[in-house]
Design a protein around this ligand. Sequence first.
Ligand SMILES: Cc1cc2nc3c(=O)[nH]c(=O)nc-3n(C[C@H](O)[C@H](O)[C@H](O)COP(=O)(O)O)c2cc1C
Ligand code: SF4
Length: 678
Amino acid sequence: MSNDPLLQPYKLKHLTLRNRIMITSHEPAYPEDGMPKGRYRAYHVERAKAGVALTMTAGSASVAQDSPPVFNNILAWKDEVVGHMKQLVDEVHDHGAAVMIQLTHLGRRTRWDKADWLPVVAPSHEREASHRAFPKRMEDWDMTRIIGDFADAAERMKMAGVDGIELEAYGHLLEQFWSPLTNDLEAPYGGSLENRLKFTFDVLGAIRKRCGPDFIVGLRYTGDQDLPGGMTKAEGMTVSQRLKDSGLVDFLNVVKGHIDTDPGLTDLIPIQGMRNAPHLDFAGEIRAATGFPTFHAAKIPDVATARHAIASGKLDMVGMTRAHMADPHLVRKIIEKREDDIRPCVGANYCLDRIYQGGLAFCLHNAATGREETMPHDIPAAVTKKRVTIVGAGPAGMEAARVAAERGHAVTVFEAADQPGGQIRLTAQDERRREMISIIAWRMAQCEAKGVDFRFNTFAEAADILATNPDEVIIATGGMPHTEVLGQGNDLVVSTWDILSGDVKPGQNVLVFDDAGDHAGLQAADKISATGARVEIVTPDRSFAPEVMAMNLVPYMRNLQHRDTTFTVTWRLMDVAREGNQLRARLGSDYGDFTRERVVDQVVVNHGTRPLDELYFELKPQSSNLGEVDYKALTNGRAQAVARNPAGTFRLFRIGDAVAARNTHAAIYDALRLVKDL
Ligand SMILES: Cc1cc2nc3c(=O)[nH]c(=O)nc-3n(C[C@H](O)[C@H](O)[C@H](O)COP(=O)(O)O)c2cc1C
Ligand code: SF4
């Protein structure tokens, strides 16, 4: 038996959890028709197979019709959920993991125009900044109805065979009762802390009455709202104690902060560049004060910190949630003493930001996550071993090399630079985004272990490729910034890459024209403004940096907003002309024949990249498939079989930005889904 603190079993009431690592509740927006079906099940089963002790399914599964999902949550108020959950629970149990579900009523944290157009309810009319709905102030029959809804949903889950449930309090209806900021009801549900807690205890009481004393019930809540006028740490401690003393709950799942704004949410769930485990000590204080089973997650991405959390007695169960999105086999690798093989979560938060945009949660650099039905986490060995030659060692090329090597092929990678990374290396030059380089470093280590032949400092020509006598050639050469977007003055502007690489020194009075709306624009603006320069970010879009998304925007804003930075939306850069030692920039509008002018000393253009595809087109006539991809086969998980040129000696493919400017996830997914079948 291992003496690793992380691998010790934990007894929660009658339930034995096989180790101390859990996945906390997180809605990846995978339900179909509000139900956890195939994709959902496969996602949790993959992690159960690999050894996680407890997976808390759903995220904010809705208990009532007037709590419509904001990001495609499970509808726990429908009876049909029982069958779907039972199938998921049974399969997870088959692999030895415990499975629970998080239930909630969102209160004001949703919108009235989402599903049945019922009014949003809360214990006051105060709206939440993030979701914008002005709520109805709850009346007596709302309380009675929702208490019943919680009990009904809990009973459905018990029927489905879950090991327990967790109620989501923070930011949602339960906490909206707790906080003086969102509860202006009279007694018995408003006023003193005791009154503000009454709704929660009524809900818990109803659940106990329905599900009995043995059913495991926990609460996920903030022990300190960290908001002026909100619930203080002292009150949070009182609440923790009261929860324990009530005898109605079996565990506390503690977070710290508030989620009513994007910055608040980002402090509660920190992203890359922010401190690791920022709220661990706080959770430890609650455990020490209550002596009650305490769970917690907030950017504990590495095994060493997780181990410390358990060994130091700060937590009973440590949540490694995004870490499991990045690598579902994390626990197995700990057990097998292969911690170095764990694909690291780099805190890119692509997963979480996507669900708030209405998308499915995908991991920036694990394209199999959420696609377990079609994409393998363990790459199967190929029957026929081949010679695979890859050009470019950015994310697409490195993923292609890793997957090809896992298949057992002999792999050669050409790279013009002296090290791998491509665009990611540029991104990671920023100290705040340094974690990104692990996307490359992990792949490099995996490739080296499999004997991939890297040829750095080599600008590969067609002859170099042919000299490797390849069966398959994959062009992953990426792209170069495209700045030629102006009527006049293209020669007077620089690209964001010029700024990020340090090739061009930032000016003093700079216009950043950003119509790509991705990280490069803001990252350049951040770097320029840090020198004390004046920066104006101009975009023709309705909002700036739409591709960066909500939580990723927060660190940029924290840097930019207090510096000399202006944000100008709905204007497009038309021309730039020299004027003495300055530049005159003319802005135009898509909305009409309007113009404005700016005089600056530097213009930076962010307009994405254009593919570096010369080598591809040179090789194309010599390939057997003439570069063609069978999209039906690609998307249906079948091997490529296009044959167009009998004289061709190799097949040729192009992936990532060498095809068209997209993002890191697209590049990695291109590589995985093509190469897994080569
Ligand atoms: C895609 C996604 C959805 C989430 N949804 C929920 C949710 O519905 N309820 C909840 O309590 N936490 C939710 N979380 C927060 C996680 O449970 C966890 O607290 C957070 O990811 C921090 O832990 P980590 O750093 O180990 O990922 C979500 C997280 C992610 C990544
Ligand atoms: S997208 Fe980023 S934060 Fe989310 S799991 Fe993947 S690496 Fe981690």
